[in-house]
Write a protein that binds this ligand. Sequence first.
Ligand SMILES: Nc1nc2c(ncn2[C@@H]2O[C@H](COP(=O)(O)OP(=O)(O)OP(=O)(O)O)[C@@H](O)[C@H]2O)c(=O)[nH]1
Ligand SMILES: [Mg+2]
Ligand SMILES: [Zn+2]
Length: 330
Amino acid sequence: MCPKFRGNSEDWLDNEKLARKLTSKNKKKSKPEQKEIPFEESNALVIEVFPNQCKVLTDTNEKILCQYRRSVFQTKELKERSPVTVGDRVLINLVSPQSGVIEALSTRKNRLFRQAPDRGKNEIHVLAANIDLLAIVASTQTPDFSPGLVDRFLVAAQHEKIPTILCVNKSDLIHTPETRPWDVYSELKIPILEISAKNGIGIPSLLKQITGKTVVFCGHSGVGKTSLLQKLLEKEIGAIGEVNATTGKGRHTTTGGVVLEGPENSYWIDTPGIREFGLSGLEPHSLTDYFPEFLELGCTQRGCIHINTSECEAIGLTRYQSYVNIYKSL
Ligand SMILES: Nc1nc2c(ncn2[C@@H]2O[C@H](COP(=O)(O)OP(=O)(O)OP(=O)(O)O)[C@@H](O)[C@H]2O)c(=O)[nH]1
Ligand SMILES: [Mg+2]
Ligand SMILES: [Zn+2]
């Protein structure tokens, strides 16, 4: 149940019509100031987000449903699809024992975002905020390993200086030590863990990397993000869906990001599988900075942007096609 608000209705996101009416009446009123507060003044962590409200975990360990106060969320240069995201720190006020209102948003240390699908160029979807580590989850097969998505996550994470690991799940399904399409990432010094939620391979090393941290698990649908978190936490946490037997693709079983509490102040975030990761807030000419293996090339030294030229030494590198695809999408 939504908490009932008895104050100024223009403050509320779920009452858009009334809000518009009231604001048009009071046009001369100055804009409310954005309330961004330092971390120390926040008292709760956003653990789940719904269209008009979110669930928070308070510092006194209670789970409370909260509504948003409109004035708290002035738009920034890039409009966000939702007022808060999982991992946000907020200041809440209780309206009743189970419900509250968000009074202010704490300044974020980082945010992992993509272009919001089906919205304008300037609208973004923030997958999570205040992240210590991004765990990009992929699978050896069903669905097939997808380097394009891994590269996009790497660029987005590097843009926000978020450390990253690559978890290649379903390692129980590969039996021969043939060359692996993820080998290129170990050359780039990205920690790779070949793991299996099914038989537990690699789970202890993964635990070592993520304990005590806020870690967001991202990747395509069906790669086993929820299965991994279930294995790590040794309890039921949410639905796990069979992949489609014909296409080998996941069925988008997890539908919203959720923060799960792990050992020793760990906060692990399960996210829904994504189809596309459109990069946002990036200049095409700066893209080479995100492909460290390009930097040493002679053509880079000569100012080459690695697009539409036969003199380019980047052609033939493993991630060249990824680079071109991302460049063109920008
Ligand atoms: N063989 C094998 N199957 C696995 C492994 N991990 C998960 N699966 C299976 O993969 C399918 C998808 O698992 P989920 O955990 O729902 O995948 P997800 O990444 O959370 O998917 P979305 O929520 O749709 O994004 C299920 O049938 C799991 O049983 C694994 O290590 N090995
Ligand atoms: Mg899932
Ligand atoms: Zn070049």
